[in-house]
Design a protein around this ligand. Structure first.
Ligand code: NCD
Length: 329
């Protein structure tokens, strides 16, 4: 944790759900309502961050997170600069610190950092606190290694509460919402963030996976574990499917993809066993036909499109909150 505070005692950085805490989570969920409303206007834009500069610093591939953050910043009227590792001086051997220093020297207000190494956004946040020359620079974690993806958890929590018809102010409520995180929680930053966020909101979380795809250690995690998807499907409210993170797997964790799908995939056959009011979630990108059947995203209970749509509003809320924006401009 950096512990640094920014405007009006609000946190300066958004690095993990744990650091955000229940109060911070609730504040951001409530604030997201405002920006959902902005998104429904004919011109979905407010001058809240006019004159501020947000940089997306992506050292790992991304489609939705990057576009979502950049759209969010633009709808707040911030100037947006993009950086992709593949087309930068990193290729010429520049270090992460030099890259960050170079960008800070241009005078920016926020960095959205995605990196394959867990802890990279924290490191960048420390450098920002150290070198930013009196100017407050916020760092938002856009996904780091296996570690955290806090804005994904935020948009997921918002989408879930919206579908359940609950207001963020109602939570935590312990009304017995049960959620199953199905699949590769071992390599998934989404799972780590979501377990924290969903349990802070009062849900009971069960990890469903073969033993090789469960985290090596789960000290103090408030979760149950099951290896029987069919049994869990019969009683769960939310089925959260995780992408098989094949790029992070060493060999031998699965006998075969076909067997994984047969045992842990949400196949069409299994969708028939879902409860009528069951909610299906996936962070994307989806491996259709692996962890989720092609047609499963068209189920009435699928939240996949809502998740992407709410990503913009929840990221507007995060940028607005950290940068101390003003709704009146
Ligand atoms: C996730 C990610 O990159 O962490 N996707 C996303 O940001 N929406 C999930 C994944 O890659 O499985």
């Amino acid at each position: 944790m950096t512990g640094a505070t920014g405007v009006d005692g609000r946190p300066r950085h958004l690095l993990s759900i744990e650091e955000l805490g229940a109060d911070g989570l609730r504040t951001l969920l409530q604030l997201s309502d405002t920006f959902v409303e902005v998104g429904q206007r004919e011109i979905p834009k407010v001058p809240a961050l006019r004159g501020r500069t947000v940089v997306s610093l992506f050292f790992e591939d991304s489609t939705r997170t990057r576009i979502s953050f950049e759209t969010a910043a633009k709808r707040l009227s911030a100037d947006v600069m993009g950086f992709s590792a593949g087309s930068s001086s990193l290729k010429k051997g520049e270090s992460l610190r030099d890259t960050v220093e170079t960008i800070l020297a241009m005078g920016v207000d926020a960095l959205v950092v995605r990196h394959r190494s867990s802890g990279a956004p924290l490191q960048v946040a420390r450098w920002c606190d150290e070198i930013s020359d009196g100017r407050t620079v916020s760092v938002l974690n856009g996904g780091d290694g296996w570690h955290q993806h806090p804005t994904q958890a935020l948009l997921d929590a918002y989408s879930l509460l919206e579908r359940l018809g609950r207001r963020p102010g109602d939570v935590p409520s312990r009304e017995g919402v049960s959620s199953a995180s199905v699949g590769d929680s071992r390599h998934s930053r989404v799972a780590r963030s979501n377990i924290e966020a969903f349990t802070l909101l009062g849900a009971d979380v069960t990890l469903v996976a073969p033993p090789t795809l469960l985290p090596a250690a789960m000290p103090g995690w408030p979760v149950s574990v099951s290896h029987d998807l069919d049994e869990v499907l019969a009683k769960t409210d939310v089925v959260y499917l995780l992408r098989l993170q094949r790029e992070r797997m060493e060999g031998g964790l699965l006998p075969s993809i076909r067997e994984y799908t047969a045992t842990y995939g949400l196949t069409i056959e299994r969708t028939r066993r879902l409860r009528d009011d069951a909610i299906v979630m996936h962070p994307g990108p989806m491996n259709r036909g692996v962890e989720i059947a092609d047609d499963a995203t068209r189920l009435l209970g699928s939240l996949v499109t809502d998740q992407v749509r709410n990503g913009v509003a929840t990221r507007m809320a995060a940028l607005f909150w950290l940068l101390g924006g003003s709704i009146d401009g």
